[in-house]
Design a protein around this ligand. Sequence first.
Ligand code: GLU
Length: 462
Amino acid sequence: MADPMNVYRFAPSPTGYLHLGNARTLLLNALPARAGGKFILRLDDTDAARVREEFVAGIREDLAWLGIAPDEERRQSEREEIYRAAFERLRAAGRIYPAYETPEELERARRLARLSGRPPVYDRRALRLTEAERAALEAEGRRPHWRFRLSEGRIGWPDGFRGPQEIDLASLSDPVIVRDDGAFLYVFSSVVDDADLGVTSVVRGEDHVTNTAVQLDMFAALGATPPAFAHHNLLTRADGEGLSKRQGSLSLRSLREQGVEPLAVAAYAALIGSSEAVRPVADLGELAALVASARPSRAPARIDPDELAALSAKTVHALDFQAVAPRLEQLGVGGGAVFWETVRGNLATLAEAADWWRIAREAAAPSSPALEDVPLLAEAVRSLPAEPWDETTWKSWTAGLSAATGRKGRALFAPLRLALTGLPHGPELARLLPFIGRERALARLTEAQLRAASSSPAEGDG
Ligand code: GLU
């Protein structure tokens, strides 16, 4: 009986660090799996010359950072026997043939085809070689690469995003599936894996549309049921350039280092250039629901780093204490949910919570108050209430200060904020003050008063 479970996979080649565009592919596969299904991370690592273990580790780290835990991990480099068996079956069925052209010869043939107005499609010259000719080429020291012989005619599929698709196989070259050094190529090993692992759904970038035609023909040749395919639009840099694993700036790793919030990266990668507006989400479950109804646009989507930064800040502002508690603990931030709720609205990145914790509990930068603030600061020191403090302390203290000094609004609050935190902006002082506590508040106000008294009037006049 057929297993009715949906099986999804993300299949990066570990030849570089994942970028935002890879994250889009990842999420469009991993999020639907949350609704009931299996999600496989498949490492397409057969290209030994370009694969590096540090990229494998990087991919695992990036997934964990985004909150994606694969149900299974497979490495193509460990599955060669399975590819070999499938290769032999296709060979026995006459669907695979050896070819001996060098890359230079192939390039020349393509150039000639273009010059004479023909499409640059491989002319199957190797298919017509006799036994003797092959033997002669091998005697020359040439080793064969192997091509899959495509069927005649057109092949179509109902693309999950692009609607009905159809490609004439005659417009494509028979794909090379084994290199002359014996390495299996992705276009083939991917089909064998998808069939063997029972993958039911493949979402990938539009750059794979042609591969899908070729691969559907391979599924048919292997007698395997193909997955449903959907191809999403690609993401580009702000200047319209495509993303590459070799350029670092939009890698997930560099975004992580910049402190961009992973949930914002996920929301941005999944929603940009789709029918759903880019917006902050509370968790991946909410994002999964949006992704389920989103349709990617047809045009490529440009990444705007400022938009991502703004989304990241908004995402942080709405994060629940429960969701961030372990990270706050790691940053050495205390104060529980109350402190988090006091500062989160002022953060550009979560790590900045640690700056506010230091300001509250350790040291504030020395402020440079004006001479004219001396009476206010002196009165502030004199009338600073006794502890215990709570969120009402600020209001009653400053009401008394206002009555005593005649100051109101900015003239009253700005010098106090500067003296207490060392900064002109920040979280609501009513909520922050209890974390600063009387001892530190008194010391800071006293110091500010002394500095104000020793500042010159000219400085004070601005
Ligand atoms: N390794 C391929 C890539 O990174 C996988 C494509 C696919 O999803 O089939 O482009």
